[in-house]
Design a protein around this ligand. Sequence first.
Ligand SMILES: [Zn+2]
Length: 102
Amino acid sequence: MGILEEYDTSRLCNETEAAVFRILYSYVEKRKGDPAFLQFCICQTCIMDIAAIALNHLPPHYRMYSADTPHALKQFHYLDSDLLADEVMKAIKIVMSSPHHY
Ligand SMILES: [Zn+2]
């Protein structure tokens, strides 16, 4: 039995990842609602590529959650939201210039 079978790793969360997906989702919503906003591809492949590129340029910030601290209620006070938004936008432009979708 390995460590991943013996311990519950679902309680370990990279808050940078959660924040990147939150920002990315806000950009997806803007792109759908505002024709003047950057019209990047929002297919599964492009969204995951964008997230991967952004996350590879940002420091991870892991936290262990307990039952009384649900993810949705946590704030990301110590994460630099301008930096996160900037890295997500840079990743969107990289994927737009060289998409992997079919
Ligand atoms: Zn795409």
